[in-house]
Design a protein around this ligand. Structure first.
Ligand SMILES: NC(=O)c1ccc[n+]([C@@H]2O[C@H](COP(=O)([O-])OP(=O)(O)OC[C@H]3O[C@@H](n4cnc5c(N)ncnc54)[C@H](OP(=O)(O)O)[C@@H]3O)[C@@H](O)[C@H]2O)c1
Length: 323
């Protein structure tokens, strides 16, 4: 079968298509004949060596397609079903067939388009996990950075659905989309004075909650815009490639809570994580969550898909079409 194979860490050009053996499922695993594979920012970090993994590797943490084989002692009723699923080891999705975890495989609800299901089941679950970990309240003013992104756009919609006031921060060209996702206010964080603008939008008080996965100066700006005596900042990634520099003294004297919502804080029991994915799929099926598909690229153009994401040109999710 064909699969995108990374033989050395580097830029998008290291994503080449090769013929590789078809996978065989062990207990608790399935093989999915992949129709669509999600392209997440985590794949970019893995490809560039940011989370070193053994090579060669095939990126891809989420797929949509048909269950072609079921491992021994594993639920046979899934055979032939159209599903979305998380790949084993969060890799291997950019391929004609992928090994996935049976426990993180979800039949696609009726009437839900395959690409929509793919774009919502993991990203929507992360958004739900973040908002509950950071104890979102309906009277919060929430700042969401990368608010037009795959996860950010669902955070905007989920926070709005919970009754919060949302300020979406993104690149200038994406601000119209952030408004369409439901943000009450938008700011261009390319402007140097953007934290002051956020503070002005809150009548000078500052935001109650910030959710940030950009890192560097953007997180530092979110901290500057947080309300003294209670502002909460949840950091769940660093798409800029830089961690913010935060002074414990500033955090303490201003009474802020900075939470590394990256992984550990949002980690829930397996059953709760599955529930979040199921709820995200149901919310999409009834139109409450509307992920946007930015572009579809064929498998052979995985490098162009990564260029689009890293070049900050995407609004919503990017997918690879395998068949
Ligand atoms: N903690 C967890 O469990 C978890 C799980 C999944 C993902 N994540 C993290 O969540 C973040 C979002 O992932 P995603 O797949 O939804 O990606 P995404 O938001 O669709 O894409 C990343 C966005 O980051 C912004 N950005 C800011 N500075 C950037 C730079 N220097 N280079 C590239 N992009 C930059 C861009 O939006 P603008 O152009 O608007 O700035 C870009 O569109 C990533 O950091 C990812 O690692 C965390």
């Amino acid at each position: 079968m064909r699969a995108v194979t990374v033989r050395r860490f580097g830029g998008p050009e290291v994503l080449g298509v090769e013929d590789v053996p078809e996978p065989t499922p062990s207990t608790g695993q399935l093989v999915v004949r992949v129709m669509l594979a999600g392209v997440a920012f985590g794949d970019v970090i893995v490809r560039s060596g940011g989370y070193p993994r053994p090579l060669p590797l095939t990126p891809g943490l989420e797929v949509a397609g048909e269950v072609a084989a079921v491992g021994p002692g594993t639920d046979q009723s899934l055979l032939g079903k159209t599903v979305v699923a998380t790949t084993v080891g969060q890799a291997g999705g950019y391929a004609e067939q992928a090994l996935v975890m049976a426990d993180y495989t979800f039949p696609v609800p009726d009437r839900l388009e395959l690409a929509t299901a793919l774009a919502v089941f993991q990203a929507g679950a992360v958004a739900r996990g973040l908002l509950s970990a950071m104890q979102l309240r309906s009277d919060d003013v929430v700042l969401i950075t990368a608010a037009a992104g795959r996860i950010g756009s669902l955070l905007v919609q989920s926070a709005k659905a919970a009754g919060a006031t949302v300020i979406g921060a993104a690149s200038r060209d994406k601000l119209t989309a952030v408004t369409e996702f439901g943000a009450d206010h938008v700011v261009d964080y390319g402007d140097a004075g953007w934290p002051d603008e956020v503070r002005r939008l809150t009548g000078g008080r500052g935001i109650d909650l910030a959710l940030d996965a950009v890192g560097g100066q953007t997180t530092e700006g979110a901290v500057a815009a947080a309300s003294d005596g209670g502002g909460r900042i949840g950091i769940y990634g660093y798409a800029s490639g830089k961690w913010p520099v935060l002074e414990a003294r500033t955090v303490a004297s201003r009474g802020l809570t900075v939470s590394g919502a990256l992984g550990m804080v949002i980690r829930k029991s397996d059953a709760r994580q599955r529930d979040d994915a199921i709820e995200a799929l149901s919310a999409a099926a009834c139109g409450e969550l509307r992920p946007r598909i930015h572009a579809r690229f064929p498998l052979a153009r995985a490098a162009d898909a990564h260029r689009e994401l890293e070049g900050r040109r995407s609004v919503g999710a990017i997918v690879l079409s395998i068949t």
